[in-house]
Write a protein that binds this ligand. Structure first.
Ligand code: UD1
Ligand code: MG
Length: 454
C-alpha cells in the first residue's frame, strides 16, 4: 500500500495572510490541492495531511473526502510532524513524504522516487543547484556514498558550498521510518526535530539511501511568500501554455495566457493575449478568442469568433456566432448558431435564437429570443420590479426598434415590429407594427434663448 504524508503545518508567516498558506492558489486551485491531485494520479491509497491551524477552512476548501487530517498543534519540526502521522499509517505501507507548499512536484518525479525505494532501502529526492541557498546540504564520503544531511543553519562554510541539496521529499518503508522518527532528537540550531536526521540513522543501520532527482528543478520550488507564489504561478502557466502549443492551439503569447481550470479545444483555435480561462471551457474547431477576455465555464461551438474584451460565463455559444467586442454574457445563457452579440451588450439567463442579432448597448435578461430577430441599439428588457423577475418572450423574425423598453412580463409576436423609442407594457401581436410614442410636433418660429452678453 502507498500512503503519502503531506506536511502543511508551517505558519506561513511571510505570506502575511489570515488564510492557511496551503490554501493560497496556484492557477485558481489551492496549492495543497495540486499536491493531492498529483498523489491521486500516482495511485496513492491513503493521503494524510499534517496541518497546524485553520482545520475547518482546510476541510471546507479541500474537496478530497479521502484526506486524513492530522493536527500538529505545535510545529516542532518536520521530524515531529512525520512522527505524529506515523500512528495513522500501516507498518506494511510504503510512505512518501511531501510538502503542501511545494505544489509543482510531478507524478513522473514521484514515480522515480518510488522506484528508488526498496523494501530494505530508503529514497531521497535531491537536486543540484548553482546556489544551495537555505536548503539542507547532502553530505557524501570520498566514494560519493551518501552519509547524511546537514541543515543550512547547522552547516559549516565548506558544507554550504555543496550544491547537492535536500528537496525534502522521501520514500521509505513505514516500519523503518516509524522507528527512526521516534528516536529523533532536537540538539540543533533551530531546536527542532529534523526529519532529515533519519538518513544518518539509516546509514548507521546499514540501510542504503538511494537518491534521485526531479524531472525539472522547478518542481521543488517551495512557496514561502507572495513573491514565490507569483513565480510558481508563472512557471505553472508557462508549462500549461507549452502543452497547449504542442497540442495545436495557437497561444499568441504564453506569458499572457492563464488557465485556472481546464480547457478543451478542437483544431485550429487561437487565443490572443491576456485571455483568462476559468473552470471548464470547451472550444470547438476554428474558434478565435480576442485579447483581454475572460471565459468561465463556457461551451463554444465551431467557427465562433470572440472579439476583444468580453466576459463570458457559464453559458453556451453555437457555431459561427460572433461575440463582442465588449460583450458580457452572464450565467445560464444560450446563444445559438450564427447569432451576433455586439458591443456593450449584457445578456443574462436568456436564449438568443439562431441568426438573431443584439448588436449595440442592450440589456437582455430573463428573455427568450427566437430565430432571426433584430434587437436595435439600446433596447432594454425591464425584467425586475425591485422584488421579482419576469420573462420577456420575443418571437422569430421580430424587429425591436432602437431605444425601446420591453417591460416584462411581456410577449412580442412572431414577425412583429416595435417602433423605435417605444415603452412596451402589453403583448405585441404577430406581424404588426406596435409603437408607443408621443406624437412629434414642430413649433414654427420658436427662438432658442440666447446668453446675455453683459
Ligand atoms: C526542510 C528540510 C531541508 C530541505 C527543505 C526543502 C528539514 C529539517 N529540513 O527545511 O533539508 O532542504 O525543507 O524545502 O526537514 N512543517 C510541518 N510541521 C513542522 C515544521 C514544518 O508541517 O513542525 C512543514 C512546513 O509547513 C513545510 C514543510 O514541513 O511544508 C517544510 O518545513 P520548512 O520549515 O519549510 O523546512 P525548511 O526549514 O525549509
Ligand atoms: Mg522551507
Amino acid at each position: 500500500m502507498l500512503e503519502v504524508i503531506i506536511l502543511a503545518a508551517g505558519k506561513g508567516t511571510r505570506m502575511v495572510s489570515s488564510l492557511p498558506k496551503v490554501l493560497h492558489q496556484v492557477a485558481g486551485k489551492p496549492m495543497l490541492q495540486h499536491v493531492l491531485d498529483t498523489c491521486h494520479e500516482l495511485g496513492a491509497d491513503r493521503l494524510h495531511v499534517v496541518y497546524g491551524y485553520g482545520g475547518d477552512l482546510l476541510r471546507e476548501k479541500i474537496q478530497n473526502d479521502d484526506v486524513n487530517w492530522i493536527l500538529q498543534a505545535e510545529q516542532n519540526g518536520t521530524g515531529h510532524a512525520v512522527d505524529i502521522a506515523m500512528s495513522h499509517v500501516s507498518d506494511e505501507s510504503t510512505i512518501i513524504v511531501l510538502y503542501g507548499d511545494v505544489p509543482l512536484i510531478s507524478k513522473e518525479s514521484l514515480n522515480a522516487l518510488l522506484q528508488a525505494c526498496g523494501e530494505q532501502s530508503v529514497a531521497l529526492m535531491t537536486a543540484f543547484l548553482q546556489d544551495g541557498g537555505s536548503y539542507g546540504r547532502i553530505l557524501r564520503d570520498s566514494n560519493q556514498c551518501f552519509q547524511s544531511i546537514v541543515e543550512h543553519r547547522d552547516a559549516t562554510p565548506e558544507q554550504c558550498e555543496i550544491n547537492e541539496i535536500n528537496t525534502g521529499f522521501l520514500a521509505a518503508p513505514a516500519a523503518r521510518l516509524k522507528s527512526w522518527v521516534s528516536k529523533l532528537e532536537c540538539e540543533n540550531a533551530q531546536g527542532e526535530f529534523y526529519l532529515t536526521d533519519i538518513f544518518a540513522m539509516a546509514v548507521a543501520d546499514g540501510v542504503p539511501v538511494e537518491t534521485c532527482q526531479p524531472v525539472d528543478n522547478s518542481e521543488i520550488l517551495g512557496i514561502n511568500d507572495r513573491q514565490n507564489l507569483s513565480e510558481v504561478e508563472r512557471i505553472y502557466q508557462q508549462q500549461q501554455a507549452k502543452r497547449y502549443l504542442q497540442a495545436g492551439l495557437t497561444v499568441c503569447d504564453p506569458n499572457r495566457f492563464d488557465i485556472r481550470g481546464s480547457l478543451k479545444h478542437g483544431k485550429d483555435c487561437s487565443i490572443d493575449i491576456n485571455v483568462i480561462i476559468e473552470g471548464e471551457v470547451t472550444l470547438g474547431d476554428r474558434v478565435s478568442v480576442g485579447p483581454n477576455t475572460l471565459l468561465r465555464n463556457m461551451t463554444i461551438g465551431d467557427d465562433v469568433e470572440i472579439k476583444a474584451n468580453c466576459i463570458l460565463e457559464d453559458s453556451s455559444i453555437g457555431e459561427l456566432a460572433i461575440i463582442g467586442p465588449f460583450a458580457r454574457i452572464r450565467p445560464e445563457s444560450e446563444i445559438a448558431s450564427l447569432a451576433h452579440i455586439g458591443n456593450f451588450v449584457e445578456i443574462k439567463k436568456s436564449q438568443v435564437g439562431s441568426g438573431s442579432k443584439v448588436n449595440h448597448l442592450s440589456y437582455i435578461g430573463d428573455t427568450e429570443i427566437g430565430a432571426d430577430v433584430n434587437i436595435g441599439a439600446g433596447v432594454i428588457t425591464c425584467n425586475y420590479d425591485g422584488a421579482n423577475k419576469f420573462k420577456t418572450i420575443i418571437g422569430n423574425n421580430a424587429f425591436i426598434g432602437s431605444d425601446s423598453q420591453l417591460v416584462a412580463p411581456v410577449e412580442i409576436g412572431k414577425g412583429a415590429t416595435i417602433g423605435a423609442g417605444s415603452t412596451i407594457t402589453q403583448n405585441a401581436p404577430d406581424n404588426e407594427l406596435t409603437l408607443s410614442r408621443a406624437e412629434q410636433k414642430t413649433r414654427k418660429g420658436w427662438q432658442r434663448p440666447v446668453k446675455n452678453k453683459a
